[in-house]
Design a binder for this molecule. Sequence first.
Ligand code: AMP
Length: 554
Amino acid sequence: MGEQMKRIFGIDLGTTYSSIAYVDEYGKAVVVPNAENQRVTPSVVFFDGKSIVVGDVAKESAKLYPCEVVSFVKRSMGDPNFAFEYNSKAYRAEEISSYIIRKLVQDAEYKLGEKISDIVITCPAYFGINEREATRKAGEIAGFNVRQIINEPTAAAIAYGTTEFSESRVVLVYDLGGGTFDITMIDIQPDSIEVICAGGDHNLGGKDWDDRIVTNLVEEFKNKTGIEEDILEDPDTCQDLQLSAEKSKKIMSQREKTPISITHGGERVKVELKREKFEEITRDLIERTIALTHEILKEAAKKGYKRFDEIILVGGSTRMPQVVDRIKEEFSIEPKMFDPDEAVAKGAAIYGWKLSLNDGLIKRIAKRTSKSLDQIYDDLESTPEDIVKEVVQQMADDTGYTLPYLERSMVKIKDVASKSFGVVVRNQHNEELVFNLILRNTALPVDAKKHFYTAIPDQKTVLIRIMENESSAETVQAENSIEIGTAILNLPTGLPVDLPIEISFKMNPEGRLQINAVETSELRTVAVAIETKSFIQGEEFEEAKTRSQSLVIH
Ligand code: AMP
């Protein structure tokens, strides 16, 4: 092999499990096992004095040290009110996630004997702006160059679309993980992978199935012992029940029944949980995924996609046989299980590899056309085809990769806006409403503009309240939106009332939002900085970074 390319690693930062992958020298995406030789690492962090333990040991330690162990932190990404207290210090979700990332990378570096600097991290498709930014910050706190945040179902589709070669097809990705459910329709073409629309529920996942088992076990304990107290108030019992619930759930993916023992306050009760009962107490959870799937199908139909060819299943929870059965029953199609634990990390790795090839390509095009790297990055599409061909050939010669292989890496990947984004306006009745400039499921990148008007003469500032919501309508009640940040536009003095101010929302292919305002009296464009408390920034960010990178992670 000729020139070495920089490896960009893919990280699936999951609610319950995380993993890391890369593309090897044969162009194959592979997962790197952790130091304990597991291909997935529990996303559980144990604060053990001066060191941090991540993974299985942390998960097991939850029994003994329930107050020092934190899990499901992904559910609190971008939540300014979340804090995990340890030794009188409050840790945000970004910082705790940075430990998980460090553990994955550190173990991979050791296994592969190379230093890792650049990563791509995945997040659920419906993550809003702040959750995405928080995910990026987690990677940065860990000390890495976060090249991109991509959607988990898109990553799974990339892994699927680049390994299973065939003609064009429309695929539904049903992704039921540990804490989240994503449903995404994707159009896979030989030269592009395009998300049509995405939906889901970020509070629906394997953990909810576990919780139902826990509730059932508590009932059984009450019935068999007559003890009325709430045994879940005892943190040890609670942890114990959670762990046995997950274990028995997994066993029931293979068997019809499983014995479980419940120990609390010196009492020990043995119960047998049957799959039939398990399915009965969790039926509404599956039904919710089916209802959300129908919602997506309706949206897709509006975009002209009235049918789909395949359903692929990703996420560990799709191993539950009832998921497959229910999907088959509802859609009369045999869903395909596709690498449920690893597809996301592998897809992220393939994306990273594409970025790395792209870097090489752009460098060569810049040299060949005597343009700057930025110019080419901004407008790669306008490079004449013959130059692209020539440069790809050059790259094939330099790297040793075959031409078709490099061409395949040039598959275009297009995603959609995960939410609707707008600003607060007042209508003629002086009521606050949200006007959506970008509607959810709009293809990215998108640049949307709208004129607003000054309310009084000589108005000095305009407060732009940036809102995020799930609605597909242009206007939404303010209470059905959440404020994701504010921006202030300063105006020159002496402007008349009703002067048009053009506000534009620009969303890049990755889903990052940039806001510009044009004050039309002077045609002055200002990029407005978004203020938010939803993710770690400034000094707090720097402190977390120093702390995270100086800690020993096991
Ligand atoms: P993911 O977030 O994709 O890693 O999925 C993790 C979730 O899948 C957790 O809730 C696991 O309990 C669940 N899971 C993993 N394996 C199985 C299995 N064999 N049967 C049922 N659920 C499983």
